[in-house]
Ligand binder design. Structure first.
Ligand code: DX5
Ligand code: ZN
Length: 216
């Protein structure tokens, strides 16, 4: 069962209730919420208050992707805000194992994300403590970028590691996925697919999500 996670980064926040209802009705499995701090990445997006408010708008689990420096300082606030899943970048902290343990102790699922230049081997020492691994297929920071082809090989490597060490861990791909490559990323091993522009840019997010699902 492949889970689809529309990324709200590409949604129109002026009509966010409508955008969320559209993807929820069309069978989204998660809502992907990109948190950027102007430090780990140049852009700034949302904090825990927005996550708390989004929880009131939807029954979908919120998949919070923290692109923030020193996530050990504020990841817990996203658990308190109601996130179902909190993912932080391995590159952003020296305390990944401790943070994963702390987040899971709060009852939230926890994961780590890898930037395009970070090898899958970096997962070896944390995989047992992850509910999810996120392989970035663009450089983090904005939606609408082109898929980096090498990410396909990283997905295969991460799939092999997960199957060998921790089969319940989910494998999420994020960045540049759409109609042209959704089938290929799933074949490479992804079981959660994040999509921003491919879902929201055409103006009818529900129809776009149904079309993408049909390609699987
Ligand atoms: C990029 C974000 C992604 C982004 C994906 O830093 O992590 O979630 O919204 O957008 P698309 O699917 O347009 O690449
Ligand atoms: Zn993301």
């Amino acid at each position: 069962m492949i889970r689809l996670a529309p990324s709200l980064l590409s949604a129109d926040f002026g009509r966010i209730e409508h955008e969320i209802a559209a993807v929820e009705e069309a069978g989204a499995d998660y809502l992907h919420v990109d948190v950027m701090d102007g430090n780990f990445v140049p852009s700034i997006t949302w904090g825990p208050k927005i996550v708390e408010d989004l929880c009131k708008l939807t029954a979908l689990p919120l998949d919070c992707h923290l692109m923030i420096a020193a996530p050990e300082r504020s990841a817990g606030a996203f658990c308190d805000a109601g996130a179902a899943l909190v993912t932080f970048h391995l590159e952003a902290t020296a305390h990944a194992q401790g943070l994963l343990t702390e987040l899971r102790a709060r009852g939230t699922k926890a994961g780590v994300a890898l930037c395009p230049q970070t090898p899958v081997s970096m997962l070896e020492d944390v995989i047992d403590d992850c509910d999810l691994v996120l392989v970035m297929s663009v450089n983090p920071g904005r939606s609408g970028q082109r898929f980096i082809p090498h990410a396909m090989e990283k997905l295969r490597q991460a799939r092999a590691l997960i199957d060998r060490r921790h089969p319940h861990c989910e494998l999420e791909v994020d960045g540049g996925v759409g109609e042209a490559n959704i089938h290929a990323v799933v074949q490479a091993g992804a079981d959660v697919v994040v999509m921003g522009s491919a879902v929201f840019d055409g103006g009818d997010a529900g129809a776009a999500l149904r079309r993408l699902r049909a390609l699987l």
